[in-house]
Structures are given as structure tokens and as C-alpha cells.
Design a protein around this ligand. Structure first.
Ligand SMILES: NC(=O)C1=CN([C@@H]2O[C@H](COP(=O)(O)OP(=O)(O)OC[C@H]3O[C@@H](n4cnc5c(N)ncnc54)[C@H](OP(=O)(O)O)[C@@H]3O)[C@@H](O)[C@H]2O)C=CC1
Ligand SMILES: Cc1cn([C@H]2C[C@H](O)[C@@H](COP(=O)(O)OP(=O)(O)O[C@H]3O[C@@H](C)C(=O)[C@@H](O)[C@H]3O)O2)c(=O)[nH]c1=O
Length: 293
């Protein structure tokens, strides 16, 4: 495999990776731990964490013009009990790749879960304080990559929704659960700024084109609770709401603590790429609906 000007998209089988590859077209060099075809580079972040020299081999073989690390341990609950996995996929693996790709721009995807949720939505200059293993390992990744890569761009996002090849984001879960007549329990006290995956991909590529570096928040423009997000989705999608139940986070009894007032401010993003790129949930859910068969 050899390519002079492509962007290495790590996590090409994921939600964001798929959107990035679609927007990049022939400029994408997809990379995944379980490649769906021979055209995809084999890249396992856990393996890179254990054997960092493999990262240099992949970079030498693919010669990317930039690297976007859109992969990671995204199962927030599993991270609590499998900390070695979380550290490898969210911190040490991406760091090995960043070290090997020092000569080209490197993008690392992070999260609002680096914050404790006492005062969201958050701007880039606010102090992080992670509550969960997922959030802490992402924060460890951010700090190490920003320290070691001269042109690193760290993008924090939150509650990504829209087309998802693995059909596991919140909207797919909500639709599946409610259509099956089961109860969907949604917290009224977990607030964030839901982000349409295509906008996240667009913003990522615009920032890369501009040569942006450092920390930038990329998220939707509206701050709302999971329950409100679910209500908007139900209305647009015509889902039954008799089994949509509101509750508080303690009642939900999740393993990993979530930031309650999470979410991200996007003034810096808007100043860099112009306003209007990030769509509001109502529009985003309508657009997602239109993609369903
Ligand atoms: N989804 C969200 O709400 C948010 C996401 N983020 C961050 O944005 C990024 C993209 O998220 P999203 O696309 O939604 O996530 P997904 O869960 O949809 O995709 C994650 C990707 O990471 C890959 N992956 C997991 N472990 C490894 C590994 N060891 N080596 C290589 N690849 C691996 C998965 O591969 P496979 O298909 O084989 O499982 C998949 O392609 C992630 O870094 C995530 O932490 C940040 C905030 C919110
Ligand atoms: C299963 C279930 C979840 N939920 C809620 C609780 C919680 O807020 C959320 C859990 O689903 P999610 O997987 O979307 O949420 P979670 O894994 O917490 O979402 C996070 O993903 C990671 C990758 C991030 O980085 C975060 O920014 C955030 O988007 O959904 C319900 O309300 N009812 C349910 O029945």
C-alpha cells in the first residue's frame, strides 16, 4: 500500500471514520483493526500500544499527508472495568501513532467527558477533571499528544449522532428500544450539545485544511438533556412515547460517572471555520431520518 497525499483515517469502520472516508473519497486511506476489505490498512491501537515500532512501519508504508485518529475505546461502561483496554486504545496506541507521524498533521478525537460536568457547556480554556476511566484515558491521550506532536490538533466532541454503520448511537438505540415496545430510560439531568457526525467530519477536514493546531471543541449549537434529545427524536421520527421514561442519573445507575452539565462551547470553532457548519438537533435528526431506508 502506498499513497502520497491521502489522509490516514484510523477507525474507518466507526461512525466518524465512515463519515470522514465518505467526505474524503479517494483521498482517504482507511485503517481499521478488523479491515472489511483489502483496501483497508490493518491498524490496531492496542497492538501499537504494546509494540510502538509498528506505528512507524504503518506510517512508512502508507505515507499519509495527515493522520486522523477517530478510533478509540468508546464503550464508556466497559472502560470502567477494562482499564488496560481503555488506556491502550485511548492513550498509548494513539500516542505511538502520533510519535510515528510527527512530520504530518495529526488529529486526535476527544470528548466532553474530560470535564466533571459541574459547569458545562465548556470552552477550551476551562480546566478538565474527568470522572470516568474513559474520560481520564482520553485526557491522558490529549495531553501526551499535544506535548509530543508539534502540529497536533485535538478535537473534543460529544453525543455524536447521525448515520452509524454499527447502528449503536443513541438514536438507533432509542428507535430500536421504543419500536420493540420496551422502556427507554433517559436522564433529565445529563446535558450536552449533540453533534451530527457529518458536521463533525466537515469541521475536522476544514480545520485540517487551515492547518489548525491545539485544542478545538467541535459540537452542536444546542445544550439539552438526553431526555429532551429523545423527545425531539420521538416527535420527528413518530416513535411511541408511552415507554419513554424520564429519570435522574442516580436512578439510571450507570457504572461510569457521567458529567451532568457536560457539552462544549464552539465559539473558537465558529471563529476558525465560520458559523453555520454545526446543525441543531432538530435539523440533524430530520436529516438522519431521511437516510433511513
Ligand atoms: N460517539 C460519541 O458520542 C463520541 C465520540 N468521541 C470520540 O470520537 C471518536 C469517534 O467516535 P465514533 O466514531 O462515534 O466511535 P465508534 O464507536 O463508532 O467507532 C470507534 C472506532 O474505533 C475503532 N477501534 C476500537 N478499538 C480499536 C483498536 N484497538 N484499534 C483500532 N481501532 C479501534 C472501532 O473499530 P471496530 O469497528 O473494529 O470496533 C471503530 O472503528 C472516538 O475517539 C470517540 O472517543 C468523542 C465524544 C463523543
Ligand atoms: C442504555 C440507555 C442509555 N441511556 C443514556 C444514558 C447515557 O447518557 C447514554 C448512554 O448512551 P451513549 O452510548 O450515547 O452515551 P455515553 O456512552 O455516555 O455517550 C458518550 O459517548 C462517548 C463515546 C463520549 O465521548 C461522550 O461524549 C458521549 O457521547 O444514553 C438512556 O438514557 N437510556 C438507556 O436505556
Amino acid at each position: 500500500m502506498s499513497s502520497q497525499n491521502g489522509f490516514l483515517v484510523v477507525g474507518s469502520t466507526g461512525q466518524l471514520g465512515t463519515a470522514l472516508c465518505a467526505q474524503l473519497g479517494a483521498r482517504a486511506i482507511p485503517a481499521a483493526r478488523r479491515p472489511p476489505s483489502e483496501a483497508t490498512v490493518v491498524l490496531d491501537l492496542e497492538q501499537l500500544a504494546a509494540e510502538p515500532s509498528l506505528a512507524a512501519e504503518i506510517v512508512a508504508a502508507t505515507k499519509p499527508a495527515a493522520v486522523i485518529c477517530a478510533a478509540g475505546a468508546t464503550d464508556v461502561e466497559r472502560c470502567e472495568t477494562d482499564q488496560a483496554w481503555a488506556a491502550a486504545a485511548n492513550h498509548l496506541g494513539p500516542l505511538a501513532l502520533a510519535r510515528a507521524a510527527k512530520d504530518v498533521p495529526f488529529v486526535f478525537l476527544s470528548t466532553d467527558y474530560v470535564f466533571d460536568g459541574e459547569a458545562g457547556p465548556y470552552a477550551e480554556d476551562e480546566a478538565p477533571h474527568a470522572l470516568s476511566v474513559y474520560g481520564q484515558t482520553k485526557l491522558d491521550g490529549e495531553l501526551a499528544i499535544l506535548r509530543e506532536h508539534p502540529n497536533a490538533l485535538v478535537l473534543r466532541t460529544t453525543t455524536v449522532y447521525g448515520p452509524d454503520p454499527q447502528k449503536k448511537n443513541f438514536l438507533y438505540t432509542l428507535t430500536r428500544v421504543l419500536n420493540a415496545g420496551n422502556t427507554m430510560r433517559c436522564p433529565t439531568d445529563q446535558l450536552a450539545t449533540p453533534t451530527h457526525v457529518d458536521d463533525l467530519a466537515t469541521a475536522t477536514l476544514k480545520l485540517l485544511e487551515q492547518g489548525a493546531t491545539g485544542l478545538v471543541h467541535v459540537a452542536g449549537p444546542q445544550f439539552l438533556s438526553r431526555y429532551e434529545f429523545a423527545q425531539i427524536a420521538c416527535e420527528i421520527l413518530g416513535l411511541p412515547t408511552d415507554t419513554l421514561q424520564s429519570l435522574t442519573t442516580p436512578e439510571l445507575a450507570q457504572k461510569a460517572a457521567r458529567p451532568l452539565l457536560g457539552g462544549l462551547k464552539i465559539d473558537k470553532l465558529n471563529a476558525l471555520i465560520g458559523p453555520g457548519v454545526m446543525r441543531a438537533p432538530e435539523q440533524g435528526i430530520r436529516d438522519w431520518k431521511a437516510t433511513l431506508a
